[in-house]
Ligand binder design. Structure first.
Ligand SMILES: C[S@@+](CC[C@H](N)C(=O)[O-])C[C@H]1O[C@@H](n2cnc3c(N)ncnc32)[C@H](O)[C@@H]1O
Length: 214
């Protein structure tokens, strides 16, 4: 009975993955705001614990961080706590509905102490920041949802300071998921230096740094 159940659940997941990947190949659109139920779920926090992602991303106290494609802020708030009052986090997203969710989250009593988050509506293709202005950029379940990932990577490189970190995190369940090797190749093609790669097939973070001559 349990075996049968596992086969049914496994087949549904596989079918969902195949259908979604075919759809995404032909139809590019940002993840709809209702996905925030999944992004903010306990299951997601189990699979991708924010404190682990923070460690893998090299985010530390006092840093100025860009959470690119922040969505409803599932990681923006943990980033804000990690950088502390001396640091700052810019939550950037292309969709107003996602940013509304982030703003609402910031207004919740539990998060009243957080005053270092700035929500910004913009596209990853054209970042509204000066060159060399960030210590770290987090790109979680976003890179391959962006229509021109190389353009976004070049923009990220422009706004990162030399030695700053770009952390690209992917999760298999995301229909835009790509393999770790693909992400390493894309980052290097954009001129980043591979720093560390963490995780496994199901979820991983590749951390790059911006080299001196770039
Ligand atoms: C799957 S969600 C991930 C949200 C968040 N990073 C997380 O891990 O919880 C992808 C987000 O990327 C945003 N996005 C997609 N294309 C974008 C673009 N070109 N510029 C900025 N944000 C974009 C979407 O609006 C969406 O909020």
């Amino acid at each position: 009975m349990i075996k049968l159940l596992l086969v049914i659940v496994g087949s549904i997941i596989l079918l969902h993955q195949v259908v979604m990947r075919i759809v995404r190949r032909f139809w590019h659109f940002p993840a709809p705001a209702f996905i925030s139920h999944v992004l903010d779920s306990n299951l997601r926090r189990r699979v991708q614990p924010p404190d682990v992602l923070i460690e893998w991303s090299g985010i530390a106290e006092g840093m100025k961080v860009l959470d690119l494609g922040c969505g409803s802020g599932a990681l923006t708030l943990p980033y804000a706590r990690a950088v502390g009052p001396e640091g700052r986090v810019y939550g950037l997203d292309i969709q107003p509905d996602m940013l509304d969710l982030l703003v609402r989250k910031l207004a919740q009593p539990d998060n009243k102490g957080i005053s270092n988050v700035l929500p910004i509506r913009a596209s990853a293709h054209n970042l509204p920041f000066a060159a060399n202005s960030f210590d770290a950029v987090g790109v979680t379940s976003v890179l391959y949802e962006i229509p021109a990932p190389q353009q976004a990577l070049h923009e990220i490189k422009r706004v990162l300071r030399v030695g700053g970190y770009l952390a690209v995190t992917e999760m298999f369940m995301d229909p835009d998921y790509r393999l770790k090797s693909t992400t390493i190749r894309e980052g290097q093609q954009a001129g980043f230096m591979l720093d560390q790669a963490y995780g496994n097939f199901w979820t991983y973070t590749v951390r790059f740094s911006k080299p001196e001559a770039s």
